[in-house]
Design a protein around this ligand. Structure first.
Ligand code: PHE
Length: 374
């Protein structure tokens, strides 16, 4: 026989006794207070509020109580759970604030420290400057033309009205390529002394109108010193069309120096002689530093132009009809202009490079400050 029925006293359900609930709550609160970091707090949260936590289990017991006891037990458990979740929330905020403060200190970056980054390389300033000049002409509709550095003597000299006995040949101190069979210099092959043979090749290859810019390395038998190098770079230009005059040449030169050195720049032509042009001229540009202001003013000397007001750029002129004829171009119909200058010299005065040897030695400490302009 079963025991007599007896009214159900909530106090007698072990888990719902007030002291028991208070103990569970205090235990939870103590665990929360003891959680030293967010991970520990998360574990406490699972243990103290999860489905198998003491208070959750106690809450489940309420269902078994008689109706009259449910309200009071529910209130007691509910209050305890409320206190626990509030304490959890507060501790969570505290720990987050602590973490944020710590991260701010630990992960602070001292932007004033020198950085240790892999250095980007640098392009050689001769290449960059040469390409800049080419771009100026490409923008005007010119094409870039290139040719071999080992060149036939005929293209380098004869076709340019420089026959073997022409006195001007001696101004080009030439490297002759040895004739392997005879061991003499009579091979008919030279290291080109200028990029003008590229212009000859263009005229031989194609019909005018022709507008070409010819950059490249050239060779002359100079000793390497601060102002000479046996290997240097040129940019030469050739325009062949109907009705071209010296005014077109002058306008083209003025445009080039403005594009390279800024507005207000201009060039001047001084009579000169080249076998391949007639008339021929030396071309100068206004000193882009003092703009002529240093001339005759000892108070304001200019290092760039030695107080002359002008900087010598190179040679130019109207293509000699004899050159047109040797390239099969009809001088009655076409005329043309050409000019040429050295890039090393321009780099020297444009960037204050004082020693040409720096340009040929290939030391990255020289090229690096010029950067990666492409
Ligand atoms: N080819 C000449 C040189 O290298 C430069 C030049 C080109 C002069 C075109 C006049 C016309 O010396």
């Amino acid at each position: 026989m079963s025991a007599p029925n007896k009214s159900y006293d909530p106090v007698e359900v072990e888990a719902l006794k007030p002291e028991e609930i208070a103990r569970m709550r205090d235990e939870a609160l103590a665990a929360i207070a003891a959680a030293g970091d967010l991970q520990a707090l998360h574990e406490v949260k699972v243990a103290q509020t999860g489905g198998t936590s003491p208070l959750a289990l106690a809450n489940r017991e309420i269902g078994a109580l008689p109706p009259q006891a449910k309200a009071e037990a529910g209130k007691r458990v509910g209050q305890a759970r409320g206190q626990v979740s509030q304490a959890l929330k507060k501790r969570q905020e505290e720990l987050e604030a602590e973490r944020d403060a710590r991260v701010l200190v630990e992960e602070a970056v001292d932007v004033t420290l020198p950085y240790d980054r892999a250095r980007a390389g640098a392009r050689h300033p001769l290449t960059t400057l040469s390409e800049r000049i080419e771009d100026i002409f490409v923008a005007m509709g010119y094409e870039v033309a290139e040719g071999p550095e080992v060149e036939s003597e005929w293209l380098n000299f004869d076709a340019l009205n420089l026959s073997p006995d022409h006195p001007a040949r001696t101004t080009h101190d030439t490297f002759f390529v040895e004739n392997a069979a005879t061991g003499t210099e009579q091979s008919g092959v030279v290291l080109r002394t200028h990029t003008s043979p590229v212009q000859i090749r263009t005229m031989l290859d194609r019909e005018p109108p022709l507008y070409v810019v010819c950059p490249g390395r050239v060779y002359r038998t100079d000793e390497l010193d601060a102002t000479h190098t046996p290997v240097f770079s040129q940019v030469e230009l050739l325009a062949i069309d109907e009705g071209l005059t010296m005014a077109d040449l002058k306008g083209t030169l003025d445009h080039m120096v403005r594009a390279l050195f800024g507005e207000g720049m201009q060039t001047r032509l001084r009579p000169n002689y080249f076998p391949f042009t007639e008339p021929s001229a030396e071309m100068d540009m206004v000193c882009y530093v003092c703009r002529g202001a240093s001339v005759g003013d000892p108070e304001r000397p200019c290092r760039t132009c030695s107080s002359e007001g002008w900087i010598e750029l190179g040679g130019c002129g109207m293509v000699n009809p004899r050159v047109l004829v040797s390239c099969g171009v009809d001088p009655e119909k076409y005329s043309g202009f050409a000019f040429g200058f050295g890039i090393e010299r321009m780099l020297m005065f444009r960037h204050n490079v004082e020693d040409m040897r720096d340009m040929v030695e290939g030391d990255v400490r020289f090229t690096r400050p010029f950067g990666m302009e492409i």
